[in-house]
Ligand binder design. Structure first.
Ligand code: S3P
Length: 428
């Protein structure tokens, strides 16, 4: 079903974005392994996080979901039960990879699989270090889902990661919970550190020294309630929309601004964006309100250590670049090829439909912006971030557009289109 997207004059108003996806997943997983109940508020009721809940329920964890909160009745580090059926992870790479780290340390066998996109995504990156730890894990063609895991004793390793991936880092650290000695991972560049922060909050010893992180296997994880901040990856769509549409002024409330996630703010500010951080607060995870106003953007290089800090925002950053004066060169972003879609190829194809000057490169894109763009019929490739990025692009295009599969936004932002409409109405 194709969904109409119309251009907008400007966007104005206040929004609260749904809970952070990465933190929501982890709150359920770590809560399940904790020694008491975990009350989670602000949990993201997106399909990916519901996949995580479903997998833990299949392993005997009782989880109550209400509008107000999610309550995970922790079973302790050694309390998970053998699932009767396959653990289905849907579209979620985070569920798939982090879950395997936990499953590697269990005294039962399990099989993990997800949807068509998950079945194409590389799993060798987690299998290699997990095997070094002693895990018995195998996959289709050696690298793909479905993955089968059998019980095996684990020992700690010292592992230098070939890619800056928080999913890989977290899978190793989670297996490390069940190892007989400490585990150290070394990252090529810092990736999101929610796992480290949350495990520390639950009483585990996790020591970070630059890009080196060491976990000592704990005796237990002590349950701590979690208030999930709004997802900066979801806020990014309104940040870019507010910047590229004239006379826009949006306040996005309660956004997580963990420094390992704020590459999008740094990149947009380097492009000339007017974004204010208001009411900074938060303890385990820093939070603020973001106020964004229309700005004249110019191109900037986006590369190096900044990439893992904005990896999920590159699709919408490419949209910003298409409306910015001059050239934006995105480099070192080859990881985009193995996301929910090949986001270098899919964003280049979709932006090109508007008349934008976009070129795909081996590890990124070159975008020459500030040409008038026209509406088009966009494809989402069942990729939520492509769909939302092109919806933002359509706001500033001349004429009407459409998106082929609007429902895929439910992976991370089920009410995205309603919120966008409300901001449009206030902007008229
Ligand atoms: C995530 C890590 C990132 C990110 C994904 C969520 C996480 O993936 O793209 O959306 O919650 O750990 P990689 O670890 O593959 O970079």
């Amino acid at each position: 079903m194709s969904y109409p997207l119309t251009a907008a004059q400007s966007l104005r108003g206040d929004v609260t974005v749904p809970g952070d996806k990465s933190i929501s997943h982890r709150a359920v997983m770590f809560g399940a392994l904790a020694d008491a109940d975990t009350h989670i508020t602000g949990f993201l009721m997106g399909e990916d996080c519901l996949s995580t809940i479903s997998c833990f329920k299949k392993m005997g964890v009782s989880i109550d979901v209400s509008e107000k909160e999610v309550v995970v009745h922790g079973v302790g580090l050694h309390g998970l039960k053998a699932p009767d059926e396959l653990l289905y992870t849907g579209n979620s790479g985070t569920t798939t990879r982090l879950l395997c780290g936990i499953l590697a340390g269990q005294p039962f066998s399990s099989t993990v699989n997800g949807d068509a996109s998950i079945q194409k995504r590389p799993m060798g990156r987690i299998m290699k270090p997990l095997r070094e730890m002693g895990a018995d894990i195998s996959g289709k063609d050696g690298n793909l889902c479905p993955l089968t895991i059998h019980p095996a004793p684990l020992h700690g390793i010292h592992y230098t990661m070939p890619v800056a991936s928080a999913q890989l880092k977290s899978a190793i650290l989670l297996a490390g919970l069940f190892a007989d000695s400490p585990t150290t991972v070394v990252e090529p560049a810092p990736s999101r550190d929610h796992t480290e922060r949350m495990l520390r909050g639950l009483g585990a010893q996790v020591v970070s020294n630059g890009t080196e992180i060491t976990l000592t296997p704990p005796k237990a994880l002590h349950a701590v309630n979690v208030e999930v901040p709004g997802d900066i990856s979801s806020a990014a769509y309104f940040l870019v929309a507010g910047l590229i549409l004239p006379d826009s002024d949006i306040v996005i409330r309660n956004v997580g601004i963990n420094p390992t996630r704020t590459g999008i703010l740094d990149a947009l500010e380097a492009m000339g964006a007017n974004i204010e951080r208001l009411n900074e607060r938060g303890t385990v995870e820093p939070i603020c309100d973001l106020r964004v106003r229309s700005s004249h953007l110019h191109g900037t290089p986006i590369c190096g250590d900044m990439i893992p800090r904005l990896i999920d925002e590159i699709p919408v950053l490419a949209v910003a670049a298409a409306f910015a004066e001059g050239e934006t060169v995105i480099r070192d972003a080859q990881e985009l090829k193995v996301k929910e879609s090949n986001r270098i190829a899919t964003m280049t194809a979709e932006l090109s439909k508007t008349g934008a000057d976009v070129r795909e490169t081996e590890d990124g894109m070159i975008i020459r912006g500030d040409k008038p763009l026209h509406g088009a019929n966009f494809a989402s490739y069942a990729d939520h971030r492509v769909a939302m990025s092109m919806a933002v692009c359509a706001l500033a295009c001349e004429g009407d557009s459409s998106i082929d599969d609007p429902d895929c936004v439910a992976i991370s932002y089920p009410t995205f289109f309603e919120t966008l409409d409300a901001l449009k109405q206030k902007g008229e």
